[in-house]
Design a protein around this ligand. Structure first.
Ligand code: ADP
Length: 459
């Protein structure tokens, strides 16, 4: 395991997060190696890295997920570390292990911790033991339909079946009654098996209209854990986040401190290191329940960067170099103002159908309180093979009202021509009375889309 300062880092990712990591490396004076698929030959992460290596064809399984190709690229270029970004290999404990066995630092938690957090019902059991509240549910993986019916009877319907190795909202089924349980269990098992190569499914109480609230964590390799406040991510489509903000309009200092203290204890006990996010659902009465840990940097990390002033990606790199959290943070974590992120996806704003193709015109907004993280530029081609995220627009203000006003004018000044994007949908969200009042839950988007669409130009 190399120690001391890194001289060169390979970024095992693409898109905006690859550029984000390259930016952090440049600020730290660290060299960068980009890897890219044949479909990404003209992508800007290739241009901005010091070196770039083609690792295979467009299909992720043969490029961004191909461990031997990535390790070969790292060995040829003699890097000290690999940053996996999010998605792809970022939560693959075997990959983290291969990196370490090859003498390359993996910028993320240790393989055994990734493994614990990756098995969702084990993470649930661990958090419960540590005094972090969880939803009532099965003690582990469901062994049979009979067991599922027994547990559901005990906790009461509705319940939700979830894939043990789940991610991206796949392998989940809401169950309203005992009659529907066996067939939905079978469906969830099959979907989980196909998506994650593991049919394991567990069950927990379904909350009818939850808010999704998550806590950002940084932990060094010497046992210090800090919680950087929370983000609210209730605005979702198909269980995938669309708009995130910090702080949550539903949070108060007492609850934030209480949950942060419990998480600090639990994550120290787990020997958690580097960055991570602990996700919770909040019920109608304001109670928080743990749902999962994402053992990596998240798409929505910039809202926390805006409210804390802490560069999360640089912190990840410095932690992996063995630096102390205390030296990185320079004092207690303080939350300042309010930040919102809109995910600008290449997709139809109402049906969410992907919209790949050439961007003919591109003009990102700027000015005070605005940040744009993107990999796109005028005349680039959005390939159909990957995630539809083309840009993240982040607005920071002294309070929520100012952040909203900044976001609205920035959306008006964001021009993307040639493909469909989620910009019109974000304009509708930012004009919605419930959003403005902070009345959010995970069904917000369904309600918004069910309402009559305002005339073009009215939002
Ligand atoms: P994934 O790992 O697939 O993203 P999560 O456990 O993070 O799955 O849940 C994703 C989303 O699914 C949540 O943000 C929420 O909208 C919904 N969800 C998950 N569990 C529940 C539950 N028990 N009750 C209601 N909604 C849930």
């Amino acid at each position: 395991m190399p120690s001391g300062r890194f001289k060169k880092i390979l970024i095992a990712n693409r898109g905006e997060i690859a550029i984000r990591i390259i930016s952090a490396c440049k600020e730290l004076g660290i060299g960068t190696v980009a890897v890219y698929s044949e479909a990404d030959r003209y992508s800007s992460h290739v241009r901005f890295a010091d070196q770039a290596i083609c690792i295979g064809p467009a299909k992720s399984a043969r490029s961004y997920l191909d461990v031997p190709s990535i390790i070969s690229a790292a060995e040829i270029t003699n890097v000290d570390a690999i940053h996996p970004g999010y998605g792809f290999l970022s939560e693959n404990a075997d990959f983290a292990e291969v990196c370490e066995a090859s003498g390359i630092a993996f910028i993320g938690p240790k393989p055994d911790v990734i493994r614990l957090m990756g098995v969702k019902e084990r993470a649930r059991g661990f958090m419960q033991e540590m005094g972090v509240p969880i939803l009532p549910g099965s003690a582990g993986v469901l062994a049979s339909a009979e067991e599922a019916v027994d547990v559901a009877e005990r906790i009461g319907y509705p319940v939700i079946l979830k894939a043990s190795a789940g991610g991206g909202g796949r392998g989940m089924r809401v169950v309203e009654s005992a009659g529907a349980l066996p067939s939905l269990l079978e469906q969830a098992r099959q979907e989980a098996g196909a998506a994650f190569s593991s049919p394991d499914v567990y069950l927990e109480k379904y909350i009818a209209a939850p808010r999704h609230i998550e806590f950002q964590v940084l932990a060094d390799e010497l046992g210090s854990v800090e919680i950087l406040g929370e983000r609210e991510c209730s605005i979702q489509r198909r269980h995938q986040k669309l708009l995130e903000e910090s702080p949550s309009p539903a949070m108060n200092d007492t609850l934030r401190h209480e949950i942060s203290a419990r998480l600090q204890k639990a994550l120290s006990a787990a020997r958690y290191t580097n960055a991570g996010t602990v996700e919770f659902l909040m019920d109608e009465n304001g109670n928080l329940y743990f749902i999962e840990v994402n053992a990596r940097v998240q798409v929505e990390h910039p809202v926390t960067e805006a409210t804390t002033g802490i560069d999360i990606v640089k912190s990840q790199i410095r932690i992996a170099q063995g630096e102390r959290l205390r030296a990185l943070l320079r004092g207690p974590v303080q939350l300042r103002g309010h930040a919102i992120e809109c995910r600008i996806n290449a997709e139809n704003p109402e049906t969410f159908a992907p919209s790949a193709g050439r961007i003919t015109g591109f003009h990102p907004p700027g000015g005070i309180g605005i940040r744009v993280d993107t990999w796109t530029y005028a005349d680039c081609v959005v390939p159909p093979y990957y995630d539809s995220l083309i840009a993240k627009l982040i607005a920071h203000g002294n309070d929520r009202a100012e952040a909203i006003a900044r976001m609205r004018r920035a959306l008006d000044m964001f021009v993307v021509e040639g493909i469909h994007t989620s910009i019109p949908l974000h304009k509708r969200i930012l004009a919605d009375p419930a959003f403005l009042e902070g009345r959010l839950d995970t069904h917000f988007i369904n309600r918004l889309l069910a309402a009559p669409s305002p005339a073009i130009g009215a939002v």
